[in-house]
Design a protein around this ligand. Structure first.
Ligand SMILES: [Zn+2]
Length: 281
């Protein structure tokens, strides 16, 4: 796993380089990937947590490329992605691009983008061009970034390598998540660069596999609801995630809540106080 050693500069292609933050864990996998795009005028995607050592490692990586950090792009404002932006800006004068944080405990409320990026916002310089694709679902302000020169999509937490993305309501939304995955199918994408884990090839297979995985879980929710005498969130989590280790159930419960919210919105299930049932029973 030395490829993911914190602080180490890894060159992934002519234009793309990576430095991993020292925050590996259950939710972050091998740690947050901070990507450097370009060799002269450099854009950073996801500066990661506000860890001075990590920010210095990003700056040193840019110096070793003999480039200057000019832009900081944030996929979203979860705490392992954007809090380093302010410190990196302070040290480099780079322009911060992204969307402000929605309300919520897991959000970087201090995030202040200089440029409020939307769907299709673009950055073009001599070496490369990159544009934003708004992909709500994991987070309402989530942006993926498409590097046109390499048809490489930086997926943030929309698609991860080696672990399932958590959709945690109310900011996380399963309807939007699936729609955002569908939306990506229309773009020219050769590879995926997630914020956690390595580069993924065969993007279409991965996108379709992710959608299928979610719909399979949704089907299981619908199958299990009528089998439970007390169908509350706890017993439903145990039943629907019987293939997932118990220590992961608190996290699985969040995604289950997102599935339930979707099914309720579609009038396929209903809730009476804390108990769920199929709409027609
Ligand atoms: Zn996230």
């Amino acid at each position: 796993m030395s490829e993911f050693m914190p602080g180490k500069l890894v060159n992934l292609s002519r234009l793309v380089h990576r430095v991993v933050a020292n925050n590996a864990g259950m939710m972050t996998g091998t740690g947050t990937n901070s990507y450097l795009i370009g060799n002269q005028q450099i854009a950073i995607i996801d500066p990661g947590p506000a860890n001075p050592k990590h920010i210095d490692a990003i700056i040193e990586a840019a110096e070793s490329l003999q480039g200057k950090i000019q832009w900081i792009l944030c996929t979203h404002t979860h705490l392992d992605h954007s809090p380093g932006a302010a410190l990196l800006k302070e040290k480099t004068g780079a322009v911060i691009c992204g969307q402000p944080a929605p309300p919520g405990n897991s959000q970087d409320a201090n995030f202040q983008p200089d440029q409020h990026w939307q769907d299709s916002s673009e950055l073009a310089c001599e070496e490369f061009s990159i544009s934003a694709i708004h992909t709500p679902g994991h987070a309402s302000n989530h942006l993926c970034f498409l590097l046109h020169d390499e048809n490489l999509l930086f997926t943030g937490d929309h698609i991860m390598s080696g672990s399932t993305v958590v959709i945690s309501p109310p900011d996380g939304n399963m309807v939007q998540y699936l729609a955002s995955l569908e939306k990506l199918k229309s773009y020219p994408i050769d590879n995926l660069a997630p914020a956690h884990g390595g580069i993924l090839a065969k993007p279409l297979e991965i996108i379709e596999g992710t959608i299928a995985h979610r719909l399979k879980r949704e089907k299981k929710v619908l199958e299990r609801i009528p089998t439970l005498t007390t169908c509350d969130i706890e017993s439903l989590t145990t039943s629907v995630y019987d293939d997932v280790p118990v220590f992961l159930h608190p996290i699985a419960k969040m995604s289950l809540m997102a599935h339930l919210a979707k099914l309720e919105e579609e009038n396929r299930i209903s809730r009476k106080e804390s108990l769920w049932s199929l709409e027609n029973t």
